[in-house]
Design a binder for this molecule. Structure first.
Ligand SMILES: [Zn+2]
Length: 340
């Protein structure tokens, strides 16, 4: 299965927890119910169409010994080794599995499966992660990708077309290898942050105008030096990760005030009832810096800052961002500049 962008895959041996099968079934079921409750919470407040369905395709949860499949397809159900699990409101099955790779990813090219390791694995493999809540936020991020994949004639088609020409991993490598590009992208990100902080339209327009000029220049530089256009891959990456990061941000920010999920309280040893410091003290300036700071996968930060800027400028986008084939933040900003 081809996987994209928000990808962690590490291979390691997962120690068997010796958890009784029924406890494993119950814990996985309640965690999925919790993830779907968080998804509904964030969708209702920030992106209503995201919750048009609880799950758009399968959600796989890897645990030591089992692969759990929520919302199983007919193909999955027809497999002889599949065992149904009781889980209120969630069709759930499991099958024996010894796969020990750590994964948090969404398949775009085959079937939109969200494939994630369990919360215990996340605490071992992701630095700073301690709780089921933080794991669930990542799963909701992946479910947002699954939702994006339902736009088969829009963003999904754009993605598949562009990665047939340029590798989806190429931007990170280019960022690392070309100082001119990485310097420009860091400056562009600062200009977006400047536009976000600008107190008036004049200063917003000034920052955005320079931003667009630098972006055009770095794209011309990439075409010249590498001999290919990366414009569409940059646009697609920004679009895909802007929405997922926005959802991730709102959830991380709001968790401290979300009512604890009672079925997990006293049952899930990794569930803190939103009480760990990373949740109680979350802010963009502290734990949230990763959301807006540039890394080699710069589409994340550029996308997150761009989508926040659309909101600040009062530009509606949710009915177009995935559905339209020509949507780009660049065009949205150009149009805004012309009108102001
Ligand atoms: Zn992602």
């Amino acid at each position: 299965m081809a996987r994209l962008f928000c990808l962690f895959i590490l291979t390691g041996l997962m120690p068997s927890r010796g958890v009784a099968q029924k406890t494993s079934d119950r814990l996985t079921c309640v965690r999925i119910q919790y993830v779907l409750a968080l998804k509904r919470y964030v969708a209702q407040r920030y992106w209503p169409s995201f919750d048009r369905k609880p799950l758009y395709q399968e959600l796989h949860i890897r645990t030591p010994g089992y692969l759990y499949v929520a919302n199983p397809s007919r193909t999955t159900l027809a497999q002889p080794q599949v065992v149904p699990c009781r889980c209120e409101g969630v069709p759930l099955v499991r099958k024996a599995s010894t796969d020990s790779a750590f994964v948090m990813a969404t398949g775009f090219t085959s079937n939109l499966v969200v494939d994630v390791s369990d919360a215990e694995a996340a605490t071992r493999f992701i630095p700073g992660q301690e709780t089921t809540e933080e794991w669930a936020v990542i799963v909701v991020h992946e479910l947002m990708h699954q939702y994006q994949g339902t736009f088969g004639k829009g963003i999904l088609r754009r993605l598949l077309k562009t990665i047939s020409v340029v590798s989806q991993d190429s931007l990170g490598a280019i960022f690392r290898n070309y100082d001119t590009l990485s310097r420009s992208v860091r400056r562009e990100n600062q200009l977006l942050l400047g536009a976000l902080a600008a107190p008036n339209s004049q200063q917003t327009r000034d920052s955005l105008t320079i931003y667009l000029r630098l972006k055009r220049a770095h794209r011309a530089y990439m075409r010249e030096r590498i001999g290919k256009s990366f414009d569409e891959l940059e646009d697609v990456h920004e679009i895909l990760e802007s929405g997922t990061r926005l959802v991730e941000y709102h959830l991380s920010k709001d968790l401290k005030q979300v009512t604890p999920f009672q079925p997990l309280v006293g049952f899930d040893p990794l569930y803190s009832s939103n009480q760990v410091e990373a949740i109680r003290q979350f802010s963009l300036e502290t734990q949230g810096q990763y959301l807006w700071n540039v890394s080699p996968k710069y589409g994340y930060a550029i996308g997150f800052n761009s989508i926040r800027l659309l909101e600040k400028l009062g530009i509606s986008y949710q009915d177009r961002i995935y559905a339209r084939r020509r949507f780009s933040f660049e065009r949205e900003f150009q149009r805004w500049i012309r009108a102001h």
